[in-house]
Design a protein around this ligand. Sequence first.
Ligand SMILES: Cc1cc2nc3c(=O)[nH]c(=O)nc-3n(C[C@H](O)[C@H](O)[C@H](O)COP(=O)(O)OP(=O)(O)OC[C@H]3O[C@@H](n4cnc5c(N)ncnc54)[C@H](O)[C@@H]3O)c2cc1C
Length: 446
Amino acid sequence: MTGAGTGAGAGTPDFDVIVVGAGPAGSCAALELARAGRSVLLVERGPFPGSKNMYGGVVYPRILDELIPNWWEQAPIQRWVTRRATMLMTPTQALTIDFRSQHWGAPPYNGATAYRPDFDHWLAGVAESAGAQVLCSTVVTGLLRDASGHVVGVRTDRPDGDITARVVIACDGVNSFLAKEAGLYGKVDAANYTVGVKETLALPKHVIDERFGVRGNEGVDYEIVGCTQGVNGGGFVYTNLDTVALGVVLKLPKLAAQKQRPEDIIAAFKTHPAIAPLIEGAEVKEYSAHVIPEAGYSMLPQLVGNGMLVAGDAAALCLAAGIWLEGVNFAMASGMYAGRAAVRALQAPDRATMQKSLGSYTTMLRESFVLQDHRKLAQIPHLVLSDRVQHQYPGFVANVVERMFRVDNPAPKPGLRRIVREERKRAGIRWRDLVRDARTGLKGFG
Ligand SMILES: Cc1cc2nc3c(=O)[nH]c(=O)nc-3n(C[C@H](O)[C@H](O)[C@H](O)COP(=O)(O)OP(=O)(O)OC[C@H]3O[C@@H](n4cnc5c(N)ncnc54)[C@H](O)[C@@H]3O)c2cc1C
């Protein structure tokens, strides 16, 4: 690149800003900068944006209203989610809260299923049309700093590949080595991460419509607890037009301790009586896996470095709160705010003022849903992945419901209070734990 030979920090930088990673965070950061007339390079290691990226499958795109008005007219969407279900599962039971809203099947929509190669490619294309330069098949291998330690660009795997910039925004996803190299993370704890594995299962569209009770481009999103074979985690089933995305997320240390393989856990999940009929006869089209930063607020790194910002999964901003797994929207929003903060910083007359302006990124995140939701729901990821929620509550609740629904004549009906008392004892749940967990849940969701 042209930056080679300029010397870190010397001369005119190649770009105002380098954004590393063309996922949702990176593309939104680049879009903001390009629209503000700044020269911005979006570097992506894959052959095209989205080529390396996987997730469960649902985007909550409300933040796009601010960035791309009427985005739904151009975004590559599979289905609009009109049915949201949360399922508690035991090996022989399933309790589902199933909600449907036709409001969600019309603009401005609530959530959509989309393939990441399509969605990320589209979003990066919007940034490119606005003036961002997109450089694919290029791995950023490290940070360039000047003598004072200020970040002044990146190293890439291209021959002669150092590129300089006044600001670097790291959007390189979970395990961001750029954020780590900049010293923005403290000690990294494996307990803060889950691994997500997913199968994409092909079925004809009319079969999906029939089995999931939807029509046209309406779609379904199931979030499931109790389907992970004793390994703490959760599961999901989402509908695309002619595929179903089915997967599990598994807490890393628990997975390692129990020595079970994710593919065996998925295989067992697929045979559950509540799931098997939905996917019967489907052909596995794709198998993919990726790590998720799942511990929420407690694992966030410093968001601002010396000449550098970090956004999206690179900043652990994914929110996994049980009834939602939201990462793409948090990535898009944090990328957008990082872009805005960089635009502001670039107007500064000197480096000290510029560094101070970069700090406005944290303020913007604090004033938006990004940090407000993370703060409010700070305890929820821990609660959802706790042993009680994972291994005791699904059976307890399912047994209570089973006994309430059961007609035991000639025995008289036992009544809810007696059933709860007996089932709580049977599940070995202490009242004080139940009350404490209920309080934590209310504090987060309430
Ligand atoms: C199994 C699973 C299910 C999920 N389900 C959902 C869901 O349904 N809904 C939802 O909203 N979120 C979901 N998420 C979370 C979501 O995928 C992430 O939060 C989101 O992708 C974060 O976006 P990002 O732009 O920060 O990072 P990423 O999407 O990871 O993008 C990072 C980009 O940086 C590039 N890159 C990395 N390193 C370098 C480098 N050194 N040089 C150049 N480029 C680099 C990558 O190739 C990639 O394009 C799920 C995640 C998983 C794993």
